[in-house]
Write a protein that binds this ligand. Structure first.
Ligand SMILES: *Cc1c(COP(=O)(O)O)cnc(C)c1O
Length: 439
């Protein structure tokens, strides 16, 4: 556990200033793109050896560390109230590295996870990680005690998405973090759909992952992933986390828990130091410096965009809620009961309730007609673009999922998912109205 001092300014200042003041050689103010792979190993050979052995800070090779990427990592850690962050090639790489970094290295570890997951993440857990000897146990985020009951001495983490896509089931982060703490198990949260709107780090999640491809980039141009460590979890239980507590052959017999004392910059997180120096190094899931630069550009306006995304979604949800052609609307701002409580505990009211809205029209036929009649909105299956996106899950993302299974997950023929953009909200409503009139 490292205890770094928190960034002294507010989040809306951190997006523009944290982690980088000026380029040390040219004094350039915008973060330059260091489009290089290697760094000259000049000077004292003992010092160079120390950099390679993580006994001194320094740059070695861009697959492991790069100044442009490091500026993004430092900045995002401050924005997300973490001790440090690690940038990787994509959101999938972030989830994969976050989980395998906790593994014991022996077959038989398990992850206790919500079933409401992004499709590729579901597959990563249920097929790919299982084939590597890490099994998954499913628990219900609406019944936090089911997570507790599933934990055993080989559980390496609890996992869920802050607001699941497309059915918008909220994760009770505070309760799950508390259950995890009681059992020595870290909570890992994928917060892709609600950056700034939710701060899992501050609510007790040990690790937060992001597909930075979505809102952080914000413009649908660049793939990237981020892993944030909140610095508060103790990986000292050596039977559960042997690779944190015993000599690690993957890095010259280093003991990661003791590795922070000789370095400064990278010493903020033993979790991320280990992930960087073993899993990132060996899998090569590195982000390109140009992609890091693009994500920094996006990050500098993330606060403005998220506020506008949330404000537009609120208006859209209330219009749909009153519309005669709409049967049901799912939007966190309209939740009641236990889901409402979870939302109020986890989301930052200054921003709102995220930008995803699900609604249902009469049947599959009506859903198809709706999609075929949108003009302004884009019919695509991703999320987190500045433009409004619309999906008919039954004819796209869920077309191969058997009917009973998708209906159990709350996806019906008439379900439509909206990812509300930052256009003039009146134009979004006009387009919705036109497409709804056509059914
Ligand atoms: C898109 C997405 C991912 C995967 O991110 P990539 O950057 O496409 O690899 C993971 N989780 C969620 C919730 C997503 O929306």
């Amino acid at each position: 556990m490292a205890t770094a001092s928190r960034y002294p300014f507010s989040t809306e200042t951190a997006v523009l200033h944290a982690g980088f003041r000026r380029d040390p050689t040219t004094k350039a103010v915008a973060v330059p793109i260091y489009q290089n792979t290697a760094y000259e190993l000049d000077g004292d050979l003992n010092h160079i050896a120390n950099v390679y052995n993580v006994k001194a800070d320094g740059f070695t090779y861009t697959r492991i560390i790069n100044p442009t990427t490091r500026a993004l990592e430092r900045r995002y850690a401050a924005v997300d109230m973490g001790n440090d962050s690690l940038a990787v090639a994509s959101g999938q790489a972030a989830t994969f590295l976050a989980i395998v970094n906790l593994s014991s290295g022996e077959v038989g570890d398990n992850v206790v996870a919500s079933p409401y997951l992004y499709g590729n993440t579901w597959n990563l857990l249920h097929n790919t990680l299982r084939r590597l000897g890490i099994s998954v146990r499913t628990a219900d985020p609406r019944l936090p005690e089911t997570f507790e009951r599933a934990i055993d001495d080989r559980t390496i983490c609890l996992f869920g998405e802050m607001i699941s896509n497309p059915r918008l089931i909220p994760l009770p982060v505070k309760q799950l973090a508390e259950i995890g703490r009681r059992h020595g198990v870290p909570l890992v949260v994928d917060n892709t759909t609600t950056p700034l709107v939710c701060r899992p780090s501050a609510l007790g999640a040990a690790i937060t992952t992001y597909s930075a491809t979505k809102y952080i980039c914000g413009h649908g141009t660049t793939l990237g992933g981020l892993i944030v460590d909140n610095g508060a979890f103790d990986y000292g239980e050596s039977s559960r986390f042997p690779l944190f507590n015993n000599p690690d052959d993957a890095h010259g017999g280093i003991i990661w828990r003791n590795a922070l004392q000789d370095i400064d910059d990278l010493a903020q997180s033993e979790f991320l130091l280990k992930a960087r120096m073993t899993w990132l190094r060996d899998t090569g899931a590195a982000i390109a410096p140009f992609a890091s630069f693009q994500l920094i550009q996006g990050l500098e306006t993330l606060h403005l965009r998220m506020k506008q995304h949330c404000a537009n979604a609120k208006v859209v949800a209330s219009v749909l809620n009153e519309h005669p052609k709409v049967r049901r609307v799912f939007y966190p701002g309209l939740f009641e009961g236990a889901d409402r409580e979870t939302i109020d505990q986890t989301l930052n009211a200054e921003y709102g309730h995220g930008a995803m809205v699900m609604f249902e029209v009469e049947n599959e036929q009506a859903g198809r007609k709706f999609i075929q009649n949108v003009d302004l909105m884009y019919h695509v299956s991703n999320v987190g673009d500045a433009r409004t996106l619309v999906t008919h899950p039954v004819s796209t993302t869920h077309t191969t999922v058997p009917r009973e299974k998708r209906e159990a997950a709350g996806i019906f023929g008439g379900s439509i998912r909206l990812c509300v953009g930052i256009e003039d909200v009146n134009d979004i409503i006009k387009d919705l109205d036109k497409a709804l009139s056509a059914i």
